[in-house]
Ligand binder design. Structure first.
Ligand code: GLU
Length: 426
């Protein structure tokens, strides 16, 4: 089984900085603010021991990079993946600053994780890894300072362990005030109705806005999906509701294709009974991984890892729009080739922002002791996604630029404004 590897040709941080510099040049960003934003505020690396089920002890490496908090507490997920390193954490934290700013949230950007393949550990080992990592981070996280959330391979259950561990380190009197140290918790442990589907739902709202803008609709459009985790699965559920047809899926176990359409629920059911993999799904044909992005389709949704669409495969692409459910799936050179071919790219900092927007709702709910309904959540989320799309279009036409650069300009301008108004201490 050939695993789906994060292509390390271009460093992820190098990629985000190219995107940043392009926007900073075009908007004529204040030079002092540019210096501040070109580097993360804080980088935390922790090595922590965990007892494994067989009694031996393993030392794990965990990261939390806090890029910027000019607009509010650091916010962003924790991922468990072998590709987690300081470069990835830096890049992902920086994208979070732009994502939360573009969405108009009172947050900065952070990201982190542990460099492991969680499939190699038992549930109780994952619990001990999560709790010990939380303990090692200590007060580097906190409900008004830095608020983690789920990301690749991390689950609501893990968020509940983080909340419990963090709260257990506080005095009895203080404990319950800290539930919003983390978002993406299970609903029964202070989570938000709809947080599970929020990112995938947001990807489809972004595509619906794109369709409206291009005077078309999603009905009858064919699409392929890279990644069938939380984001990919929920995106496919809402794509189906909108009449789009899933014709190809790729995950770490391989690629499958059926031009008649693949039923998301049926595939999801199969996957849950097949150790979380889509390989050997009977109602589709297997396909070599290299051919995946070149499949005949209208829409591509990369919803897995970074640096997946690169110079190596970009020329094979036939779709007319890429909706970036993942963070950083398109590297800068592939991005430019796609733009020159008039392929629309709905940029990650907008396209997958549904997750962090719902995290904000969860944080507010916990802070205010409220209970929001699923309908309220999805409706509010949709409104926010529509506002952001409009901002991107306006900025793209004002600066005569592509949507990614336009989204960056909008996001950077909000942070720039905060610095210019507040000045630099002391
Ligand atoms: N991990 C998600 C992201 O990359 C969600 C972050 C959050 O909810 O804080 O946007």
């Amino acid at each position: 089984m050939k695993p789906l590897k994060e292509v390390k040709k271009m460093g992820m941080y190098e990629n985000v900085m190219l995107q940043f510099n392009r926007a900073a040049d075009l908007m004529n960003l204040n030079p002092s603010v540019r210096k501040i934003l070109a580097i993360p505020n804080t980088e935390i690396v922790v090595n922590f021991p965990v007892k494994l089920d067989n009694g031996s002890v393993e030392v794990f490496k965990g990261y939390r990079v806090q890029h910027n908090n000019a607009l509010g507490p650091y916010k962003g997920g924790l991922r468990y993946h072998e590709t987690v390193d300081i470069d990835a954490a830096r890049a992902l934290a920086t994208w979070m600053t732009w994502k939360t700013s573009l969405a108009g949230l009172p947050y900065g950007g952070g990201k982190g994780g542990v460099q492991i393949n969680p499939k190699l550990f038992s549930n109780s080992e994952l619990e001990r890894i999560t709790r010990r990592f939380t303990y090692a981070l200590g007060d580097n996280i906190g409900p008004e300072h830095d608020i983690p959330a789920p990301d690749v391979n991390t689950t609501p259950q893990m968020m509940a362990w983080i909340a419990d561990t963090y709260m257990s380190t506080k005095s009895t009197n203080e404990r319950t005030k800290h539930a919003h140290v983390v978002t993406g918790k299970p609903v029964s442990a202070g989570g938000l109705e709809g947080r599970d589907r929020a990112t995938g739902f947001g990807v489809v709202i972004a595509l619906k806005e794109w369709a409206k803008h291009r005077n078309t609709s999603l009905r009858g459009k064919s699409y392929i999906l890279q990644g069938f985790g939380n984001v990919g699965y929920w995106a496919s559920v809402f794509m189906q509701k909108n009449g789009a047809i899933l014709v190809g899926v790729q995950d770490a176990s391989g690629s499958i294709y059926n031009e008649q359409g693949i039923d998301p629920e049926n595939l999801h059911q199969y996957m849950s009974e097949n150790r979380g993999f889509i390989k050997d799904y009977a109602l589709a044909n297997a396909l070599p991984n290299e051919m995946f992005f070149g499949l005949n389709c209208d829409i591509i949704i990369p919803a897995a890892l970074g640096n997946q669409i690169t110079e190596d495969n970009v020329d094979t692409i036939k779709a007319s729009v890429i909706a970036e459910g993942a963070n950083g799936p398109t590297d800068t050179s592939a991005n430019d080739i796609l733009i020159s071919k008039n392929v629309d790219i709905i940029p990650d900092i907008y396209c997958n922002s549904g997750g962090v927007i719902a995290s904000y709702f969860e944080w507010l709910q916990n802070r205010n002791g409220e209970m929001w309904t699923m309908e309220e959540v999805l409706e509010k989320l949709e409104t926010k996604m529509k506002v952001s799309f409009k901002k991107i279009l306006e900025s793209a036409s004002k600066y005569n630029t592509d949507w990614r650069t336009a989204a960056f300009i909008e996001a950077i301008a909000r942070v720039e404004q905060a610095y210019l108004q507040r000045g630099i201490f002391p």
